[in-house]
Ligand binder design. Structure first.
Ligand SMILES: Nc1ncnc2c1ncn2[C@@H]1O[C@H](COP(=O)(O)OP(=O)(O)OP(=O)(O)O)[C@@H](O)[C@H]1O
Ligand SMILES: [Mg+2]
Length: 249
């Protein structure tokens, strides 16, 4: 386990994490869902956030993106010295957090390119269309096609591309591989590695735990809203007991 970094201690000997989630507690109404969750990520790392259905993965991502529901009632979230826990969702977005939700939210009636241009309507602008199309040649080929008519895999690519079109620091992906064929999963994983190599920090939530673990540097496993494992992705791949107990794989 990694030693927990305490944001209140200015300990120069500890390498400060890039994104730090510290003792967060979040509620839907009276329901206590995210229960004292802590983890942190270095810049440019990929972290797999795993756990069974209902473990609290989506709720944790939503809390980090400051969506308001669930409501954060305790804890702190720091992104590169910026206190996300004090922000609303639009401020967290401006600070560099991008959440790609499970349903992808491609805008109907707009082409692929218009979906991307809409993301760049206000500064700070991220990757140029040229750079995005270099990474996603399929989107370039289909740039005049209506976004919602793309295949599932292409829609996922567009959702990721749209996040990169803004100036982001952290990409939060909720089940990006859901419903996709293995060959498309591999293609997206390859792209996510390139995105990582270009300096974007990523949290990936996946039911396809093996695919996520192969991609990730680190892993956090949640069970009923609490962290039950925090370590290397390799460690989870090698630990059958852990996988059977919390991931059912
Ligand atoms: N809007 C909501 N209102 C009340 N409870 C909710 C709401 N959304 C989720 N929950 C509850 O919070 C818990 C965690 O849900 P969450 O969606 O975060 O889990 P998850 O790990 O993403 O699950 P899955 O793998 O099925 O997507 C579940 O018990 C769920 O029923
Ligand atoms: Mg979920």
């Amino acid at each position: 386990m990694n030693a927990q970094f305490d944001p209140r201690k200015n300990n120069a000997a500890v390498d400060r994490p890039f994104l730090q989630v510290w003792q967060i507690e979040a509620y839907y109404g009276e329901s206590y869902i995210v229960q004292n969750v802590s983890f942190d990520i270095r810049e440019g790392e990929i972290l797999a956030l795993l756990g069974r259905n209902g473990a609290g993965k989506t709720s944790t991502l939503r809390t980090i993106a400051r969506l308001g529901n669930p409501e954060l009632k305790h804890g702190e979230i720091w992104l590169d010295h910026q206190p996300l826990h004090l922000m609303k969702s639009h401020q967290a977005a401006a600070a560099g957090i991008a959440l790609v939700p499970e349903d992808r939210r491609i805008i109907a009636g707009l082409t692929v390119e218009e979906n991307l241009q809409l993301a760049q309507i206000a500064p700070p602008i991220g990757w140029s269309l040229e750079r995005i199309y270099e990474l996603f040649p399929r989107l370039k080929e289909r740039r005049k096609q209506e976004g919602v008519t793309l295949s599932g895999g292409e829609q996922q690519m567009l959702a990721i591309a749209r996040a990169l079109a803004r100036d982001i620091k952290v990409l939060l992906l909720d089940e990006p591989y859901e419903g996709l064929a293995p060959v498309i999963v591999q293609e997206i994983a390859k792209t996510l590695k390139i995105i990582r190599d270009q300096g974007i920090t990523t949290v990936i939530v996946e039911q396809n735990a093996v695919a996520a673990l192969k991609l990730a540097d680190r892993a956090v496993i949640l069970d009923t809203g609490s962290v039950v494992f925090n370590g290397s992705a390799q460690e989870v791949l090698e630990n059958e007991k852990l996988r059977a107990e919390y991931l059912a794989i």
